[in-house]
Ligand binder design. Structure first.
Ligand SMILES: Cc1cc2nc3c(=O)[nH]c(=O)nc-3n(C[C@H](O)[C@H](O)[C@H](O)COP(=O)(O)OP(=O)(O)OC[C@H]3O[C@@H](n4cnc5c(N)ncnc54)[C@H](O)[C@@H]3O)c2cc1C
Length: 338
């Protein structure tokens, strides 16, 4: 356990927003988290759990105790007839872990390559991309309960995964620290290529049986072409969730805006492309102060230099209002606003 005071969080969030943590504690094990819980002063403070800072918008300094999770390690836990179970420490980088599984001959996460952040945060918003969601590969996780200091193992039912959502954004927010996550990787491996841009890659390359590494490379290429690299332009990925509406609502919107991009969902509902709606309202390339809408993808808000959290939220609110005014849809933010 390593305790620091007055820590700038700018290098700890991919949007590059300024904020100072009154106290930041690095935890590298369950025992470290327990030491915090049992500590006479630290144990009484409200906690914010920090991973790689790629899904947070910092709007102010943080009086809470910031716990930076640095639990490491990755291993094959078990080989079953129809799946492998692999485990990684919450502090492992997500992309490095995905590439490690491929190198070890344990594929199944390749569609989620290049998502920034840590393994520990992956269940929090049930990360998803290119046809796969974490929930489809999730076995269980270990977390330390910040009220009792005990390590608990939670399965998928308790995690209550939804679209970019889980129990860790609701009743367990700030109450547990995820320290290890286990994944179920189906064997034999079958590529998941239903996503339009992956189908296009398949057609372009002429491969009939791509390897997991090839699928990962395609995903990486597609992502690099359309998303800004946070190391170059500060951002938090998709800023808004794609709204899910009933087929009737969708028909109504199509009646007024025939070109709206929409996808049918397995349960019969329809998902609307939030980026398309924001673009249709004329926001692409616009700014409020130093916070802007990315030129190549209107779903991504970016830091044009020295943006502060309040500028980002003013821009987000203006976008929400104009989308509501035109489409009658309330966009929800995807990152956690702190
Ligand atoms: C360029 C870019 C592209 C992105 N693309 C995608 C994408 O394709 N799909 C997608 O789903 N997301 C995407 N994201 C969002 C982000 O990468 C993911 O949400 C990621 O899982 C966040 O990880 P993190 O470690 O940075 O979490 P942080 O931002 O540090 O934290 C996010 C939330 O998780 C909580 N948390 C973090 N670690 C723990 C822990 N160990 N225990 C308990 N709570 C914890 C925090 O308190 C906070 O509420 C993208 C972001 C960027 C910048």
């Amino acid at each position: 356990m390593h305790i620091e005071s007055g820590v700038s969080l700018r290098p700890h969030n991919t949007f590059g927003l300024p904020a100072v943590a009154h106290t930041l504690v690095r935890v590298a094990s369950d025992a470290d988290v327990r030491r915090v819980v049992d500590h006479p002063t630290l144990g009484a403070a409200p906690v914010f759990v920090l991973g790689g800072g790629s899904n947070i918008i910092l709007t102010r300094d943080m009086p809470q105790l910031v716990l930076k999770v640095e639990v490491m390690g990755r291993r094959l836990v078990e080989t079953r007839d129809n799946e492998w179970i692999v485990e990684a420490g919450a502090g492992e980088g997500w992309h490095d872990f995905v590439m490690w599984t491929i190198e070890q001959g344990l594929p199944g996460l390749e569609n989620l390559a290049l998502i920034p952040g840590t393994v520990g945060a992956s269940p929090v918003q049930n990360i998803g991309a290119y046809g796969i969601e974490l929930a489809e590969r999730f076995e269980s996780l270990d977390a330390v309960d910040l009220r009792t200091g005990l390590t608990v193992t939670l399965g998928p039912e308790i995690c209550a995964f939804g679209y970019r959502d889980s129990v860790f954004k609701h009743s367990l927010a700030g109450k547990v620290v995820i320290t290890r996550v286990r994944f179920r990787l189906p064997r034999p491996w079958k590529p998941v290529l239903g996503y339009l841009e992956l189908e296009r890659k398949l057609a372009e390359t002429g491969f009939t049986r791509p390897t997991p590494q090839q699928v990962a490379n395609w995903v990486i290429d597609i992502r690099r072409a359309k998303l800004p690299d946070p190391a170059v332009i500060g951002n938090a990925g998709s800023f808004f969730k794609n709204p899910v509406v009933t087929p009737e609502q969708c028909r109504d919107i199509i009646g007024r805006d025939p070109e709206i991009v929409h996808y049918p969902m397995p349960d019969g509902s329809m998902k609307l492309a939030a980026g398309w709606m924001i673009d249709a309202c004329g926001w692409k390339g616009k700014s409020v102060g130093q916070a802007g809408v990315y030129e190549k993808q209107a779903l991504v808000l970016v830091n044009r230099g020295d943006a502060i959290g309040s500028e980002v939220m003013t821009l987000a609110k203006a976008i929400q209002e104009s989308v509501y005014g035109r489409f009658g849809i309330r966009l929800e933010t995807e990152p956690v606003v702190v």
